[in-house]
Design a protein around this ligand. Structure first.
Ligand SMILES: Cc1cc2nc3c(=O)[nH]c(=O)nc-3n(C[C@H](O)[C@H](O)[C@H](O)COP(=O)(O)O)c2cc1C
Ligand code: SF4
Length: 661
């Protein structure tokens, strides 16, 4: 019997029966061309997602109103007839594997982009001079406009239905037009569209009625809400429950998300919950909503752990689970669970890379590419499929030096593509410097990922794993591989500061391997990612920590690709007692009980220290690479030994290095 009987039971939503309780909510940015057209290259992504066993797959965001309701390029336009072939193909790709295709209908209201709207203006329920994160004024919608928008939602739903899309999701969450009408903070109208809860919910009610009128009563509507706005004076869970009750007879499934793009704090609850938040942060509010209504409820937010997914349905907290990033990281999550292999589910590490590098409008040059830190196939489904289809080509002998993330990923991909793989690791364990990165207690997601990755390599019989063996040029000459992958990694940098060899001075490796007693007052030297995370973790465990950084800011090496994690980490550091950050601070000496440094203006400064941690980054193991280069085989250098960076570069290069050999 299946270990997840509740999760894998069918459920009726409107006129449709879904094969299980797992839904993939919208994750836009990758679907459309800059003109908002569904692109063929996205089809493989949806096909793979459907093949992985997800029951309901929602495309989106899709705009309904070209006059007043466009926000980003590269989001679908549902009013554009030329979009039809692409959407038909997407619906077919999803249905091919028994999943139900849906699409999210969006009007951003005051959050729209005035340069894209045909009207050249942004409209909302009430006028505003300037809203959070945008520079434009907002004009009040006339009643005529509101009625036109309701009509446009109906048109868009008919368009979707014509394309073979079997359901729609009304986007009534995260500070878009519908929640703008619901919010007492934003909606100051005194006519039929403001004031009482009935008036504030008139817009979504009429939209849902219009869609049912145009598409038929059996055509299911999912209604995505934020449980509460989470801005002082904004709408509450009671308002949301009232809205769901008002909508109940006209929509078929409530999707419970949270928060709003109306403020930085509220935005943290909207899309990608960070590693500093618990998994499943919306479950309690979903349960409250479910208890108040009689239609199914789906919950989203930090979900993906197999046991938790089953528990949500089994406990009656919700009827469905919505998994966004978890399915980006592992599109075969449902199938792996259903077939009794939850240990093969590649966990999402909630790094928010997938979102950060596209973060419009907060990232000046959004890349608009589907990319995931842990799943290198995401966004390259077509390339991977082509490589999988090349089984007629001869199998190659691949030798990999280094069992860190880059080497492990190269081994897994090469083995999956049918090559003969031997992986050499000089130490007695796989994982490389990831063992250091997982130390802070808020890195449980990364701990899970490392465990998963090591498990995949160790249990893959196609990989010949040689631990405690540093590959030499002589080995390579004897093995004579078709490809040598050099992934030997990097080593920690210890700057030659006087006193750096004292017994109370530790590197991050010392901490990971020896777990020394650090005392109460700790100085961390180096405000890069690992220094900041280590300092934060120590302070969270009651230590007094001074973090010293020579540059003008901490985390300077993190760019837009890490925008969200950086923000969250800095917020966390600012709100943690016992942690002080000192920038522009050049360390000149470490003594028995303090660290001596100079500020940028030359003023000397001392920080008391029971122990000192050096977190000054890593440098590639060039000498090992250079030795292996001489072995005479065709080779490629990847990961940290090419350039010391991060997990996602390591995994991506591991994957790409063996994709086409
Ligand atoms: C890359 C990416 C794109 C997203 N795009 C949308 C979108 O277009 N519409 C939407 O309602 N939510 C969007 N979301 C939010 C997700 O649907 C989901 O609510 C959120 O990621 C929380 O779920 P998770 O913790 O399972 O990732 C997006 C999330 C990600 C990671
Ligand atoms: S990029 Fe990071 S947050 Fe996004 S799906 Fe991948 S692992 Fe998860």
């Amino acid at each position: 019997m299946n270990s997840y009987p509740h999760l894998f039971s069918p459920i009726k939503v409107g006129g449709l029966t879904l094969k299980n309780r797992i839904e993939a909510p919208p994750t836009s940015f990758m679907d459309a061309s800059p003109e908002g057209m569904m692109q063929d290259k996205t089809l493989d992504f949806y096909r793979m997602r459907a093949r992985g066993g997800t029951a309901l797959i929602t495309l989106g965001e899709a705009y309904v109103d070209p006059e007043r309701g466009l926000a980003h390029p590269c989001d679908l336009r549902l009013f554009e007839p030329l979009n039809m072939p692409g959407l038909v193909k997407a619906a077919e790709a999803i249905k091919q594997y028994g999943a139900v295709p849906s699409i999210e209908l969006l009007h951003p209201g005051q959050r729209s982009d005035v340069t894209m709207n045909r009207s050249g203006k942004a409209y909302g329920p009430s006028p505003v001079d300037k809203i959070f994160a945008y520079d434009h004024p907002v004009y009040e919608m006339t009643e005529e406009m509101i009625l036109d928008i309701i009509r446009l939602y109906g048109e868009a739903a008919v368009f979707a239905q014509d394309c073979g899309i079997e359901m729609v999701m009304i986007y009534a969450a995260h500070g878009n037009l519908i929640p703008q009408f619901l919010s007492p903070l934003v909606n100051h109208r005194t006519d039929a569209w403001g004031g009482s809860i009935e008036n504030r919910c008139r817009l979504p009610l009429m939209i849902a009625q219009e869609i049912k009128r145009r598409c038929g009563k059996q055509f299911p509507i999912e209604f995505r809400v934020s449980a509460a706005e989470h801005i002082p004076g904004g709408y509450t869970i009671e308002d949301t429950i009232s809205m769901c009750r008002i909508l109940e007879g006209n929509v078929d499934l409530i999707n419970v998300s949270n928060g709003s793009f109306g403020s930085r704090e509220a935005a943290k609850l909207t899309i990608g919950s960070s590693i500093f938040m618990p998994r499943g942060h919306n479950i309690e509010e979903a349960r409250q909503i479910k208890q108040a209504i009689n239609i199914p409820v789906s919950v989203v937010g930090g979900l993906g752990e197999p046991e938790l997914l089953e528990e949500i349905i089994a406990s009656g907290s919700a009827d469905m689970v919505s998994v966004a990033r978890g399915l980006i990281a592992e599109p075969f999550l449902p199938e792996k669970m259903a077939s009794g292999h939850p240990e093969d589910v590649r966990p999402c590490i909630r790094c928010n890379y997938c979102f950060s590098h596209n973060y419009i409008p907060l990232t000046p040059y959004p890349k608009r590419l589907p990319r995931c830190a842990v799943n290198p196939v995401f966004g390259r489904e077509d390339q991977f499929r082509q490589a999988q289809c090349s089984t007629h080509l001869p199998r190659r002998r691949v030798v990999i030096a280094g069992g860190g993330p880059a080497g492990m990923q190269a081994a897994l991909t090469a083995a999956e593509l049918g090559h003969h793989v031997t992986l050499y690791e000089k130490s007695n364990r796989l994982g490389g410097l990831l063992h250091i990165a997982i130390r802070p207690s808020f890195k449980t997601d990364l701990q899970n990922f490392l465990q998963y990755l090591i498990g995949q390599v160790e249990h893959d019989r196609r990989i010949d794993l040689k631990l405690n063996h540093a590959l030499t040029p002589q080995d390579v000459q004897e093995l004579n591989p078709d490809l040598l992958v050099i992934a030997v990694g990097s080593q920690l940098v210890v700057p030659p500061i006087p006193g750096c060899k004292l017994p109370h001075v530790h590197t991050l490796t010392d901490l990971s391997e020896q777990n020394p007693d650090l005392g109460r007052q700790i100085v961390v030297i180096g405000g890069g990612l690992s220094g900041c995370e280590e300092a934060l973790d120590l302070a969270q465990h009651g230590k007094q920590v001074a973090l010293l950084e020579a540059d003008t800011q901490v985390l300077l090496s993190l760019g837009h690709d890490d925008y969200l994690h950086k923000k969250d980490l800095v917020d966390e550091m600012e709100h943690t007692q016992g942690l002080t950050v000192h920038c522009g601070c050049s360390v000149s000496e470490i003594t028995d009980n303090c660290v001596i440094c100079r500020n940028t203006d030359g003023t000397p400064q001392q920080y008391k220290a029971d122990s000192v941690i050096i977190a000054c980054g890593t440098r590639p193991l060039d000498h090992v690479v250079n030795e292996l280069r001489t072995a005479g085989s065709k080779y490629i250098v990847i990961g940290d030994c090419y350039q010391a960076r991060n997990l996602r570069s390591a995994l991506q290069e591991g994957f790409l290095s063996v994709l086409d050999i």
